[in-house]
Each structure stands twice: as C-alpha cells, then as structure tokens.
Design a protein around this ligand. Structure first.
Ligand SMILES: [Zn+2]
Length: 115
C-alpha cells in the first residue's frame, strides 16, 4: 500500500499509518470529516473518508488510498485507520496528530452539546 502511494504521488517522501481512536470512531458513518477547530480547518478543511468492505480491504485499499492521497494530505479508511503522506516524516506526523486532536475536540464538543 505504501509503495502504491509513493508511485501515485512523487512529492510524497513519508507515509504514516495510524489507528487514532477518535479519528476512526468519528468517521464510522462514512462521511468526510470537517474539523471544527481552527487548526484543523487551517490544515485540512475536509478529510476524505474511504469506505472499503473489510473482506475486500487487501484487494482494494492500495489503489483507493493512493488515489486519495494524491489530492489530500490525509485520509481515513472507514473503521480502520488514518494514512497521511507528506514531504517529510515530521509533517506526516503533524498531520496525523492534528487530525486526531481535531477528532477528539469534535467528540468533546458533541458530547457537551456544543456542536
Ligand atoms: Zn492499520
């Protein structure tokens, strides 16, 4: 999967895959995620969520994720996890942490009835 991402995006020099529980939980509805906080909106106003049937994951994930990461810095695969790619490992890590932070903030705000 990582090789497919590098092939689809020549500017990518680092890819991170993670399983942030807030990012995964808040996107289980399959809808794209829009961070409610300033920093999240600044970095990625819309985070695409890709739905791949679990039984077809290994056959379809590489092409689906690579295609999305050619257009977006970060993508969530519904029910599984997050893929981020960037020009450096530090930036890919920053995208990963920022998304999880925004998802946690959204969870808290929803729980408190603020959004
Ligand atoms: Zn995984």
């Amino acid at each position: 999967l990582h090789a497919a991402i590098y092939q689809a995006n020549p500017k990518a020099h680092a890819i991170l895959h993670s399983h942030g529980p807030y990012s995964v939980a808040l996107t289980l509805d399959g809808k794209d995620f829009s961070p409610p906080d300033f920093e999240g909106q600044l970095y990625f106003p819309r985070v695409p969520v890709v739905t791949i049937a679990y039984e077809r994951y290994f056959a379809e994930a590489a092409q689906a994720v690579a295609g999305m990461l050619a257009e977006y810095p970060i993508v969530v695969v519904r029910g599984h996890g997050v893929y981020a790619c960037a020009a450096s490992l530090n930036l890919a890590y920053k995208w990963t942490c920022s998304l999880e932070h925004s998802a946690k903030t959204a969870f808290i705000a929803r729980t408190a009835g603020r959004i």
